[in-house]
Write a protein that binds this ligand. Sequence first.
Ligand code: PLP
Length: 371
Amino acid sequence: MSAIREVPFFRYPSVFTDHEEEFVRIFREVGRRGAFIKQRDLTEFENKLAAFTGAKYAIGVGNATDALEMLIKAAGVKPGDEVIVSSHTMLATASAVVANGATPVPVDPGDDHLLDPDSARKSITRKTKAILPTNLNGRTCDMDAILKLVADHGLLLLEDAAQALGSRFKGKHAGTFGFAGCISFYPAKTLGCLGDGGAIICNDEAAWSKMVRTCDHGRDPVTAEVSCWGRNSRMDNLQAAFLSHLLDSYQNTIDRRRAMARIYDAELSWLEALRLPPSPDAGGDHYDIFQNYEIEAERRDELKAFLLSRGVGTLLQWGGVAIHQLRQLGFTQQLPRTDERFKRLLMLPMNLSLSDDEVRYVCEQIRAFYA
Ligand SMILES: *Cc1c(COP(=O)(O)O)cnc(C)c1O
C-alpha cells in the first residue's frame, strides 16, 4: 500500500491563495475608488454573467437563498400554493418556498440524483403552482420531461441552479429554462467568491424589473424612485469585482473539473460496488460541470471511514439528510426509494486544488477498500 497522503474534501484557503495577487490588486483598486455598493463592477459582472449563460438579464444579489426567495415571490407563488422540489436538494430550496408562505413538496430524485419527473407528476395536486427542480452537482435536469410536465399541468418552472453555472441541457444553460433561476457564489461553489454571493438570471423584462427593485428596497435601478416593498439583498461590489475576474477564466475551471471526473470514471467505473455520475464523455444532451462528484457506494459508511484513515476527506451532501426526512420541519412524505439511496450517497473530493495524482490516490484507496 502506498504512503498516506492528505487529500481533504475541500481546501478553503486555496479559494484565496490560487488568485491572491489578482484579488489583492482588485481589492486595492476597488477600495481606493470607494466603490462598495452598486458600482460599475457589479453592472459589469451582471452583464458578463448574462452573456455567459445566454440569459437576457442577471441580477447580483446577497446569496442564492435570497435569489430563490425573490424569484419565487416575483413568479407569483402565494400562501397556500404547493411547489414541487427534489428531496435531494439543499434546505434553502425548500425554505425559500416557505418564506413565501407556500408549501414545498419533496419528491424522489432519479438515478442521476436529479428530480425525477415521474415522481413529480404523481405529486401534482390542485394546489401545485410551480416545479422548482435543482440542477444538482453541476448537471442540468432533463428539461424536455420537466417542461412537458409544466405544460401539461399549467405550472410555473423555477430553477435552483445554485450548483450549475455553465451546465447545459441540449446547449441551453441551467437556470434559463423557466421564469428565472438562481446561481450561488458561495466559496465552495464552482465560481466561488470570498464570502456570500448569488445571482438571479431570467429572460423576461417584467420579471427582471420586479426583482431588480426587490433586492434594493423597491427602488428603481435608474431613478431610485420607490414603487414597491423591497428588501436589501445587493451583491457587494467588491465580490462582484472578484467574480468578474474569475468568470473570465471560468471555462478553464469547468474543463479542469471535467478532466478530474474523467480520471474518476476511468479508474473506478468497473467497480460493481459503485454507481458513478454519467461520464463527461457520455455524449447525449447533458453538459455537466461537476460541482460535486457524488457516487453511490455499497457499504458507504465503512468506505468513508476507510478513506478517512487513508487521509481522504469525503462528504455526505446535506449532512446525509433528505428534505422529506426533516420531520421536525413538518414533512410527512414517505419516499422509501430516496431513503435507500441516501444510505449509499457519498461525495468524493472534486475541486481545483486537487492534482491528477491526488485524484488517482483517492481512486487507489477506493479500489483497495473493495479488493
Ligand atoms: C449552495 C446552494 C444553495 C444556497 O446558496 P447560498 O448562496 O449559500 O444561499 C441553494 N441551493 C443549492 C442546491 C445549493 O447547493
